[in-house]
Design a protein around this ligand. Structure first.
Ligand SMILES: Nc1ncnc2c1ncn2[C@@H]1O[C@H](COP(=O)(O)OP(=O)(O)OP(=O)(O)O)[C@@H](O)[C@H]1O
Ligand SMILES: C[C@@](O)(CCO)CC(=O)[O-]
Ligand SMILES: [Mg+2]
Length: 387
């Protein structure tokens, strides 16, 4: 039996980091996916090995299922319909089965993803042999939600083969889960994100699960429908960074400057709410659209300034800002910052010639640019073995 799933990456339009501290944030899925193939051997395969192939980083792992059972026994407490958190002691235990693989230092961040995989796998499906292949269109560690898409696609595949969700094995093509199943996928993915992010807000896995555009605040999701075209240039500075460390750094700064940082988070909350309100409002003329774009640009500029106050900008991000500013365009970092990706709003009336010039100048800085469609589907599955 084999199931395939795919889950989208995301951009955060407003509110990253502040959302961890209770402010609202606005995020959209993007049409770049992480895909998982999960195949359970048939009884006559006589296979007792769990295999994980991470194609994007060129790493393969395999464990005799008995070895996994020793550290993660089939506990009656871990049932697929009740997501549970992997505690620090269990993480240390799981690390012992990673030691044999000597993950290269340059890829050490992958360990948290493998720990998340083993936790989700054994908690949802128990100790069964299987072959799991993960591949992604998303740059890892770049602020586009690769960890969330990884956790959502994994949780979706595992639940699709578990007894906890009803799925139609005969449907052709990519199929979305029902809402109840989406909720369960999202809750398990959040448990995976906790292992990778440390103290995630849940916005990344939520927008990857449900897709489209969402406003998110303190765990509460509001699906929003944009009434304006939001065309964003995404610039990857290619400066690697670690979301867990950046999120922890903002929390440390809040401990040192509690009142100031609280006011920063409150300002971001207002920005996110106004951003959501503007994109949902109706436009009656081109002039209306231009005015809304100007207000969105001002909100992006203010949000970027507040992200600097949180200490998560970076020289490479500032270079993107200065470059796009020369063309009267507004940019802000997206995701955890510290490098990674930057969004630039491309106004509806902006000429293709100017867009080409901006991209050329950014690529001359060594950055990678792309324009991704925003607001697509959330996690989907298929059993038909199609492309
Ligand atoms: N395709 C993948 N294969 C294996 N591990 C992955 C994959 N995608 C993400 N990961 C895991 O997620 C980690 C990157 O997550 P991180 O949160 O630091 O960056 P991000 O999710 O891309 O950015 P942001 O959280 O700011 O949106 C990787 O180090 C790895 O552990
Ligand atoms: C930086 C952050 O706000 C978004 C990361 O994409 C962290 C989180 O919300 O989990
Ligand atoms: Mg992440």
């Amino acid at each position: 039996m084999e199931v395939r799933t795919r889950a989208p990456g995301k951009i955060i339009l407003a509110g990253e980091h502040a959302v961890v501290h209770g402010s609202a944030a606005v995020a959209a899925s993007i049409a770049l996916y992480t895909s998982v193939s999960l195949r359970l051997p048939s009884p006559d395969d006589n296979d007792d090995t769990l295999r994980l192939h991470l194609m994007d980083v060129g790493l393969e792992f395999s464990w005799p299922i008995g070895k996994i059972k020793e550290i993660l026994p089939d506990s009656v407490n871990n049932i697929a319909s009740s997501p549970s958190t992997c505690c620090e002691e269990t993480i240390k235990l799981i690390l012992t089965v990673l030691d044999d693989f000597k993950i290269p230092e340059a890829k050490s961040g992958i360990a948290s993803g493998v720990i998340a995989f083993l936790w989700l796998y054994t908690s949802i499906l128990g100790n069964k042999a299987a072959k799991v292949i993960v591949s992604s269109e998303l740059p890892l560690g770049a602020g586009l939600g690769s960890s969330a898409a990884f956790c959502v696609a994994l949780s979706g595949a595992l639940l699709a083969l578990s007894d906890s969700v009803d799925v139609d094995f005969d449907q052709e093509g990519w199929v979305s889960f029902g809402e109840k199943e989406q909720q369960l996928v999202n809750r398990w993915a959040f448990e995976g994100e906790k292992i990778i992010h440390g103290k995630p807000s849940g916005i990344d896995n939520t927008v990857s699960t449900f897709g489209n555009l969402i406003k998110f605040k303190s765990g509460a999701l509001t699906c929003i429908k944009s009434n304006m075209v939001l065309k964003m240039l995404i610039t990857n500075t290619k400066v690697g960074r670690n979301t867990k460390a950046l999120v922890a750094g903002v929390s440390e700064r809040k401990k040192r400057h509690p009142d100031t940082m609280t006011s920063v988070f409150t300002a971001v909350d207002f920005i996110s709410n106004e951003f959501a309100s503007i994109i949902q409002s109706t436009s009656f003329s081109d002039d209306d659209v231009v005015k809304k774009e100007h207000r969105i640009q001002e909100l992006m500029e203010m949000n970027q300034g507040l992200l600097r106050c949180m200490g998560v900008s970076h020289a490479s991000i500032e270079t993107v800002l200065q470059t796009t500013c020369k063309y009267d365009l507004t940019s802000k970092l997206t995701g955890a910052g510290g490098g990674g990706c930057v969004l630039t709003l491309l106004p509806a009336l902006l000429s293709a010639t100017v867009i080409d010039k901006v991209i050329k100048e950014l690529e001359q800085c060594g950055f990678q640019c792309f324009i991704a469609e925003i607001g697509g589907n959330g996690v989907q599955f298929r059993f038909d073995g199609g492309p």
